[in-house]
Design a protein around this ligand. Structure first.
Ligand code: S3P
Length: 167
């Protein structure tokens, strides 16, 4: 079974994935890390040198190539659900979980990792908040196609949600 964690940058997809995978006895991958390893460079440099469209193609190809017979937790990049038919692919290949964390949880986390995230790297606090509001409004319809909405649930509760859905 494949389990996809989706949601906005800074909602804790990687942390949650790393935590729940060993408890479920699943493998774990972080899509951003896989793409960086494959390209031999950082997401920031991929955006800067090859452009966002190229990066979105890499994300899409990764999903297309995923074998749904493996037991794997995938933490996706925040933009993955919003390009091509990626949400449809993930829903067909596995379980999708939306980490719809509240804004007061996400914004402070975004402030810490800004340098790694090309979409927000040079923003001040005001710009970051405005970006978050606008981008989430634009992306929500994609994220909301997920099968499970986790809200601010912790890893333990997310595992219960998964087990309830797939006993
Ligand atoms: C992006 C989110 C990032 C990364 C890239 C683009 C986005 O991943 O894939 O910087 O479009 O929201 P995280 O959600 O893990 O920060």
């Amino acid at each position: 079974m494949l389990i996809f964690l989706v949601g906005f940058m800074g909602c804790g997809k990687s942390y949650t994935g790393r935590t729940i995978a060993p408890i479920l006895d699943f493998d774990y991958v972080d899509m951003d890390k896989i793409i960086e390893a494959q390209e031999g460079t950082s997401i920031r440099d991929i955006f800067a040198e090859k452009g966002e469209d190229y990066f979105r193609q890499l994300e899409h190809q990764y999903l297309l190539n995923l074998d749904k017979k493996q037991n794997l937790v995938v933490s996706t990049g925040g933009g993955v659900p919003c390009f091509f038919n990626n949400m449809e692919i993930m829903n067909e290949k596995g379980i999708t979980i939306y980490l719809n964390r509240s804004k007061d949880v996400v914004i402070p986390r975004l402030k810490k990792g800004m340098h790694k995230r090309p979409l927000i790297q040079d923003m001040n606090d005001e710009e970051l908040t405005a970006f978050y509001d606008a981008k989430l409004a634009e992306r929500a319809t994609f994220y909301e196609q997920a099968q499970i909405f986790a809200g601010n649930a912790n890893a333990e509760d997310i595992i219960k949600m998964i087990r309830k859905r797939n006993p």
